[in-house]
Design a protein around this ligand. Structure first.
Ligand code: NAD
Ligand code: UDP
Length: 324
């Protein structure tokens, strides 16, 4: 994408799973990238291993007042994303998503920069509509254990949409659905990397509940592609877009799929479901397909194969599938 050539891009949370893939694509496209990250869940190593002159990496907590680098475009990816991480320090999750987003917005506005906010499908809660369109208001337990994440991401959206309505600020919101791929840690408890690791180790796969709950998993290169389209197209100003893969699977099907590809007749054990675990999740992506001309390309099988290969090689850096 020629748009990114010579653009200065600030990526908050750029040392995390999605951030690391995004930074690689921005560099490939000729951008100059500044990463700020507190390294609470991300790591500096994979970025530093890129050895790029056009990349700076700074340790910084966006929820505290900070001097931030000037930029043309700001991506705010800074937030814990897995239930284990965001629930381990819920107050810090709040501070990051509320105070951090406010600081990044004010900085982006002062720089006359575009701000792309990484929001989440969690704003839909346990959805009353299916598939979820951007117009769905959400159905969230405001006081449950997931609320520190869901509600702070919702409040960040409120802040940014108020800003878009009352000023000339250029803000854009991506509601990202479950994303997977190389660079995820198996210890953060998310289903796909955990199942793949369990299958390959010959262990039983741990399915929560009866496994009939659904998710729509998007391979990380597709998610990153969506973010790049969102950051670069003028039509996206002041708009919210679902970024996800609309192919929906039950978690039990995902476990069986993973065993078929990587396992050897592994058992499946059924465990208690976490509190407020969502029953259904599938994005309606017509808006992104129409206005951003973006659509996910990587199938679940291709994505799982690439993830497995990266685990085998012990790679921490981003890996693209051949189709993306
Ligand atoms: P991640 O935990 O791998 O990355 C988040 C990064 O933010 C980490 O590097 C972490 O150290 C950093 N960070 C956290 N708090 C910070 C703070 N106060 N100051 C500076 N840096 C901070 O998570 P991810 O999966 O890469 O998610 C990235 C973004 O995308 C998050 O905003 C998340 O809410 C959103 N998202 C992710 C998914 C998904 O499936 N991975 C789904 C929906 C939304
Ligand atoms: N899940 C599971 N076994 C695991 C980890 C997760 O059955 O070992 C389930 C989890 O309860 C949820 C789904 O898989 O229903 C997706 O979980 P994940 O944490 O990956 O994403 P999220 O719940 O945030 O959508």
């Amino acid at each position: 994408m020629t748009f990114w050539r010579n653009k200065t891009v600030l990526v908050a949370g750029g040392a995390g799973f999605i951030g690391c893939h995004l930074v690689q694509e921005l560099l490939r496209a000729g951008g100059k990238v500044h990463v700020v990250d507190n390294f609470s869940t991300g790591r500096a190593g994979p970025l530093k291993a890129l050895g790029q002159d056009n990349l700076t990496v700074e340790q910084l907590d966006i929820s505290r007042p900070a001097i931030l680098p000037q930029a043309d475009i700001v991506f705010n990816l800074a937030s814990p994303a897995s239930p284990i991480h965001y629930q381990s320090d819920p107050i810090q999750t709040w501070k990051t998503n509320i105070l951090g987003t406010l600081q990044l917005f004010e900085h982006a506005h002062a720089c006359n920069a575009t701000l792309v906010q990484a929001s989440t499908s969690e704003v839909y809660g346990d959805p009353l509509s299916h598939p979820q369109k951007e117009t769905d208001w959400g159905h969230v337990n405001p006081v449950g254990p997931r609320a520190c994440y869901d509600e702070s991401k919702r409040a960040a959206e409120t802040l940014l949409m108020d800003a878009a309505r009352t000023s000339d600020a250029d803000v854009r919101i991506a509601r990202i659905f479950n994303t997977y791929g190389p660079g995820m840690t198996t210890s953060d408890g998310r289903a796909i990397p955990k199942f793949v690791a369990q299958a390959k180790a010959g262990d039983a796969l741990t399915v929560h509940g009866d496994g009939t709950q659904t998710r729509s998993f998007c391979y990380v290169s597709d998610t990153v592609d969506g973010l790049l389209h969102l950051g670069s197209l003028p039509v996206a100003k002041g708009e919210i877009f679902n970024i996800g893969n609309p192919v929906e699977n039950t978690i039990l099907d995902i476990a069986r799929h993973v065993i078929a590809i990587f396992g050897d007749g592994n058992d499946i054990v059924f465990e208690d479901r976490p509190v407020d675990d969502l029953q259904r999740r599938r994005p309606d992506i017509k808006k992104a397909e129409t206005l951003l001309q973006w659509t996910p390309k990587v199938t679940l099988k291709e994505g799982l194969m690439t993830l497995s290969e990266s685990q085998r090689q012990g790679k921490t850096k981003a890996t693209r599938t051949h189709t993306s």
